[in-house]
Design a binder for this molecule. Structure first.
Ligand SMILES: Cc1cc2nc3c(=O)[nH]c(=O)nc-3n(C[C@H](O)[C@H](O)[C@H](O)COP(=O)(O)O)c2cc1C
Length: 200
């Protein structure tokens, strides 16, 4: 079972990248998945979606090949998103336009929303309401909202670190169980994206 962590900030040296690597390390310590990768949207490695992607452009195909391979081989995802202007960053919405059900469909994902202050709720709602329709990613009911992220795991606030560590471990263990359960769904033969290519 493989896990991919998508770091949704396109800012360099972002907190999303830092949190993504904290979680990668923890997943490895808990030995929950065979392989853990971080796909980082820092510096906008994916251009904005355009029509030629549907026309099978060679340029897109070459650029996306390694991303598609990693995502397709994943059984679960963590989507780390900062709150920007009460929203998910544009690069993350672009990610969900570019990748579809072949890579993400019927696989569990745990949202981790972060804020340098007391925000973080809006991106959870945005992802849950508008990022899954055609790609069929399955957000698990538990998510994380990490507030005052800049002090997380820095030793500044040991009590908060203890709380978040316990909560992160709980969510990671749960995500691992969902990854086993949803593999049964994908292997069932019922999933039919040839007939029903888009969600309603
Ligand atoms: C363009 C921009 C907009 C932001 N808007 C919000 C916001 O609406 N709510 C909030 O809590 N924090 C906001 N912040 C602060 C972020 O929570 C903080 O920068 C956090 O570290 C962002 O994560 P990142 O480092 O992964 O980009 C904003 C930051 C940026 C760069």
């Amino acid at each position: 079972m493989n896990l991919t962590i998508i770091s949704g900030s396109h800012r360099n040296n972002s907190q999303s990248t830092r949190v993504s690597h904290i979680m990668k390390k923890r997943v490895e310590e808990l030995a929950l998945f065979d392989e853990v990768n971080v796909l980082d949207l820092a510096d906008n490695p994916l251009p904005l979606w355009d029509e030629s992607i549907w026309e099978g452009s060679e340029e897109w195909r070459t650029l996306l090949a390694p991303w598609r391979a990693t995502l397709k081989a994943s059984d679960a995802f963590i989507v780390v998103t900062p709150e920007w202007g009460g929203m998910v960053p544009a690069a993350l919405k672009n990610f969900f336009l570019i990748f579809g059900a072949i890579q993400l469909g019927h696989k569990p994902a745990m949202i981790t929303s972060i804020s340098s202050s007391i925000g973080g709720t809006y991106p959870v709602q945005e992802l849950r309401s508008s990022s899954y329709k055609n790609n069929r990613i399955c957000y698990i009911p538990e998510h994380l909202i990490i507030r005052n992220v800049e002090s997380l795991m820095t030793g500044e606030k040991p009590e908060e670190d203890e709380y978040y560590s316990a909560r992160i471990d709980y969510n990671l263990n749960l995500l691992n169980e969902y990854s086993k359960a949803l593999k049964l769904v994908r292997d069932s033969g019922v999933v039919d994206h040839k007939t029903w290519s888009n969600g309603m």
